[in-house]
Ligand binder design. Sequence first.
Ligand code: ADP
Ligand code: SF4
Length: 689
Amino acid sequence: MRDPRYDILFEPMKIGPVTAKNRFYQVPHCNGGGYRDPSAAAAMRGSKAEGGWGVIFTEQCEMHHTSEITPFIELRLWEDKDIPMLRKMSDTMKSNGALAGIQLAYSGVNGPNLYSKEVPLAVSAQPIRTFTNDPVQARALDKQDIKDLRRWFVNAAVRSKDAGFDLICLYGAHGFGIFQHFLSRATNHRTDEYGGSLENRSRFVNEVISDIKDAVGDTMGITLRVSLDETIGDLGFSNAEVREFVEMNKNLPDLWDLAQGTWEDCSGPSRFKEEAAQEQLVKGIHELTDRPIVGVGRFTSPDVMAKMVRTGTLDFIGCARPSIADPFLPKKVEEGRIEDIRECIGCNICITGDMTMSISRCTQNPTFMEEWRKGWHPERMNTKGDSSNVLVVGSGPAGLEAARALSERGYDVAMAEAGTVIGGRVTRERTLPGLSAWGRVVDYREYQISQKPNVETYFDSELDAESILEFGFENVCIATGAKWRRDGVSRQHVVPFPTDAAMPLFTPDDLMDGASPSGHVVIYDDDHYYMGGVMAELLVQKGCKVTLVTPAAYVSEWTLNTLEQHEIHRRLVEMGVTIELNRGVTAIGKDCVETNCTFTDQRRPIECDGVLLVSAKLENNSVYNDLKARQADWADAGIKSVKLIGDAQAPGPIAWATYAGHRYARELDGEDIGDALPFRREITELAVD
Ligand code: ADP
Ligand code: SF4
């Protein structure tokens, strides 16, 4: 049962007129589905309700059509027609006694209005500030606009109430909400009673909260989300000013929701930010107000959570990513099952769903956003099918997740691993600079499997087709992974290019195996995710001089989607790495690489002592291909199915591998659906003309 140390996390607390049953507070977070996939988003929130969260919020909800952030897909509450979709969400949120919250956002200077084609309205006339530098400017709100905007907030609040919500969060954090734009001198250049002094800059939020309280405050709690420090230089809303603001407006909202800086700051990946990284910024704010406070910090440890509440730093433990990685985190604390918590690894793959406007995934929780689409429950597997055993070949994230999930279903599982340790690429990569938290992918699964009587792991067992046929398992799941290519083939080069055998060439696998290049090493990064930057850090640590050459416009370009690209660039520059952007490599000579400009093809050699190729990966699928070639022998060997999954099928990020493993386990012995779509989706209802 529950450890009494954590009792404090289960004490109810009032937020204005409503009461949260405990201190587990799922702060608003995007999911890449939003208005396009409302049932998927609703079911995802419902899984958190079942998992014991006391407060559950939607992602940001655009509350008026004059401010929207297309192409990003969030929620919308523009007219009464939007209410049923949101009611579906609040219903699932409230299904187990949680409070349902909606985050109302008016994006102002962040909303380019690419869809509504309205002229953006902002606190001051400025170019729109988004990830994409849209060539659009906003005009400044005049006095009538401010009155209108106040009314629109009230309309949205009343609609939120109709939609069944208990809480409204007014968004003024991460640089994204109009409240922050009023509060910050960077975005508020007004000379009227809404600009200048802090009192003036606080006027709008005071007015809106008072209006909303008059309209719905008897039944709904109103929270205000502001950043603890805008972190954009002298003009920004600093931590000192935030404290002054809270002190001045002590009891303004029913709860203070304290986020941090820009979104990149607030959702910093584990490579750059520790758990509870905001502690110093939030400490002491509690004494300035009588209202409860929620704060975030990628909290996964119940001890840290309890400490935050016990020391009076926070009243509620705000979680976005930890609630994605484990929607059942509160329940596991309550039931004394701490070791079953699936801890967030801080990789920010979940955020890429929003940034790529697709639908989110989670490395640790493959069921995220599949609760409705595929009917995948985050804690429960489907019942066992007709066959009884499975041989999983390879213990990387794909094989491990397959083994774990298959054992949950009740299959007897044998997992064969060629090496002497479990975990495949994760076990190797967790030793690289900044990636130690990623090891939780293995730790969680290794522990879960250790608790199961029906999984056996065999080390030093490099299997081939012959031995697999001899074993005679009914089902064979091949998860043998991939290796980095040694020929530089990736995107710039689709076939090998000239290399001089005299030049020492390395791959990330070589470095993970202990190779130690020396002197000046050129990294040729045509992969564009994290590995190139991580390798640069490792080589500097090993004493090398490093030049990173990439055909992309950014170092580790895809990490723009994981909100860490700017940190990677900064760190590499600070470590002395020379960065060559928009340059490829055309040839590797005996003492230099020849580089080319991606636009003009102008050539320039870079002298070096070694080259590290971070290019594509080669699937390790030979065992699978050999088995396929002997399909005629399967029946005699008792084999019913052979499947290739994970990196061995098609290399990708770790999240793709855990998803593949989970999917394999879910679908084993399932009915053949032929050409049918393997997930549910929502199609916009056609309007009646
Ligand atoms: P994924 O990301 O798809 O899980 P990994 O590369 O992380 O792939 O893991 C693959 C694992 O499979 C590695 O630990 C590797 O040692 C193991 N492996 C590869 N080939 C064999 C084989 N023939 N028999 C058993 N294990 C294998
Ligand atoms: Fe955490 Fe990564 Fe899952 Fe996001 S995707 S919740 S950062 S483990």
